[in-house]
Design a protein around this ligand. Structure first.
Ligand SMILES: [Zn+2]
Length: 152
């Protein structure tokens, strides 16, 4: 159940980022991005802080503060909120069935994915760098490197 709650948290938190970013006003992809999740919470775009925390590992989702994504044409390949790498090692429906550790990621278009075979945050950078502008690629790289250093 915690994996499903995590999934819903990411959906809800990503939706609040989209609303902050004027996603629906433009009926296009979000343009400017919030500088932090705190900004989103303080602006009352997100009802509860708990939506920004994985119920399984208890850690806050990593947020990538891209400055803008208006120049990106593949918002479904832009990772924005990232759970702890390999947090979800159990099958969400059949808990006794072990599967490869998975990492939940919310993308700029609002969808959430369960990514397999990631060993560090930089793996996410390598996987999606091709869909990012140069400036945003630099931002994602900087944060992934920082997060990898923290966890070692
Ligand atoms: Zn989680």
């Amino acid at each position: 159940m915690k994996a499903i709650t995590c999934w819903n948290n990411l959906k809800t938190a990503m939706l609040s980022i989209q609303i902050y970013s004027g996603y629906y006003e433009n009926e296009a992809k979000p343009s400017y991005m919030p500088p932090s999740m705190d900004t989103v919470i303080e602006g009352n775009y997100l009802e509860k802080k708990s939506y920004t925390i994985c119920p399984l590992c208890g850690m806050e989702y990593r947020f990538v503060p891209y400055r803008t994504i208006s120049d990106e044409n593949a918002s479904r390949y832009i990772p924005v909120l990232i759970d702890r790498i390999g947090c979800h090692a159990w099958h969400p429906i059949v808990p006794w069935q072990t599967v490869l550790p998975k990492t939940h990621v919310a993308f700029a278009d609002g969808h959430v994915e369960s990514l397999e075979n990631l060993s560090c945050y930089m793996d996410i950078f390598r996987k999606y760098v091709g869909s990012l502008s140069k400036q945003n690629a630099e931002i994602l790289k900087k944060y992934c490197m920082e997060w990898d250093n923290e966890s070692h």
